[in-house]
Design a protein around this ligand. Structure first.
Ligand code: COA
Length: 403
């Protein structure tokens, strides 16, 4: 029997020029630019364009892309009606996968079925669709936050006067705000202070792309069938929702709640490891050191604490202690904090409830997924791997009465 690679570990499934990882040195770069540099100097709009088109844009190209994104901050009312019809206690990732898939029906002109990859690989089409999809994603997440049932886990708001059917009043986008600030404004109902908008922006940059992980691979496989771009992104969202992938960030906060205080972190960890349980937000297939995104997120939390005059947060204190305790045993296996370990702590400080963390991840990652979709269809061959068959050899059918 020939061997197969479980989880396709170490199997190159494509060639790509979008991002690169050095798992030994702890480096992640988008198009050759290290993410710590991008998080410090770029903003999401610029990073998205870099991912999509391969180079840092000129100011003219960036302005055109940014204007396109602002102009596309709009959804047909029927889309919002469909959201209202969903179970309002449903998970944001399930809503997102469902609604994104439905956009192809609401905007049929955008997905005219091509018979060859060429139609989907047309640069004008790719750029137009990328702008539309990137611009619409945060609207869906923010509207869902306002629409869904008050009283559910971590729901912060009351029932505002003039409210929508069951939730809060929907907040219209503001064309004068950048991508990150507009998202926070629509989500929380308050214009964020520039420092907090900048934190959000850095988080979006850090989550925008990560080579061909499970969700990106799902996008590529779906794109390789010439499925429409909404189906491509919807498939990726489904893959991202699992707790071994994007869903881990929500689990991290639940885990920190379970630990309760820094003093209990070590005992809690020892017990979990003895029971061979997973520690959420730790470990990565590619990194054998601390995930470079976790390094930047850790620094951002420190900056937030400084910005608040040294006021720390309970979650951060528990997480730091847990990271230290994990060095004693998990580090020997190359298991260190990954991107999800510290991201939720920042999102929590930005007023985002834990069950929305992965949806926010999806908003950011849409740029990376679209860049890979573009790369896939530009040189397409449908994905069709093979398998090692372990079932029965050919055999005779036995009629029901003789079994
Ligand atoms: N907690 C405890 N042990 C862990 C661990 C974790 N989070 N991550 C890896 N390990 C251990 C494994 O049990 C295994 O130990 P063993 O050799 O004694 O059997 C060893 O480290 C190697 O891990 P492995 O499961 O082979 O890694 P993988 O590449 O298949 O899986 C993840 C990678 C990300 C799925 C895995 O690390 C994990 O489940 N992490 C938690 C979920 C998470 O945070 N996901 C977000 C990723 S960005």
């Amino acid at each position: 029997m020939s061997a197969h690679a479980r989880g396709l570990a170490g199997v190159p499934a494509t060639q790509s020029s979008i991002s690169s990882i050095d798992g030994e040195q702890g480096v992640l770069a988008y198009r050759g630019y290290s993410i710590d540099v991008l998080a410090a100097h770029s903003h999401y709009e610029e990073t998205a364009l870099l991912l999509l088109e391969g180079e840092l844009p000129s100011s003219q190209a960036l302005s055109a892309f940014d204007a396109g994104l602002r102009a596309q901050r709009v959804l047909k009312p029927e889309v919002i009606d469909l959201m209202r019809g969903l179970p309002l206690h449903g998970h944001p990732m399930h809503m997102l996968q469902c609604i994104v898939a439905s956009l192809g029906m609401f905007y049929p002109d955008e997905i005219s079925q091509p018979t060859s990859a060429r139609a989907y690989a047309d640069p004008d089409y790719v750029r137009t669709m990328s702008i539309k999809i990137i611009a619409r994603m945060p609207l869906l997440v923010a509207y869902w936050e306002r629409l869904r049932q008050p009283g559910m886990t971590q729901w912060r708001g009351g029932q505002a006067a003039g409210s929508d059917r069951r939730g809060e009043k929907l907040i219209e986008p503001r064309a004068d705000l950048g991508f990150a600030a507009n998202f926070l404004y629509m989500f929380t109902g308050q214009e964020p202070e520039p420092f907090m908008a900048r934190l959000m922006d850095a988080c979006l940059i850090l989550h925008a792309e990560h080579t061909i992980n499970a969700s990106t691979f799902a996008a590529m496989v779906t794109g390789s069938t010439l499925a429409n771009p909404y189906s491509v992104i919807s498939a990726a969202i489904g893959a991202l929702s699992g707790p071994l992938h994007g869903g881990a960030n929500q689990r991290v906060l639940e885990m920190l709640d379970d630990i309760g205080s820094p003093a209990k972190a070590k005992g809690w960890l020892d017990k979990k490891l003895a029971a061979k349980e997973i520690i959420w937000g730790m470990g990565h297939r590619e990194y054998k050191v601390k995930d470079p995104r976790a390094v930047v997120l850790h620094e951002l939390i420190e900056k937030l604490i400084q910005h608040r005059g040294g006021k720390t947060t309970r979650y951060y204190d528990i997480a730091r202690t847990l990271e230290e305790a994990a060095k004693e045993n998990l580090a020997a296996k190359g298991v260190y904090p990954n991107v999800d370990f510290y991201s939720g702590i920042l999102y929590h400080e930005l007023g985002i409830p834990a069950d929305q963390f992965t949806a926010l991840f999806a908003v950011a990652r849409t740029a990376g997924w679209l860049a890979h979709w573009n790369e896939q269809i530009a040189d397409n061959r449908i994905f069709r791997p093979t398998q090692v068959y372990t079932g029965e050899p050919l055999r005779e059918y036995v009629p029901l009465k003789d079994r």
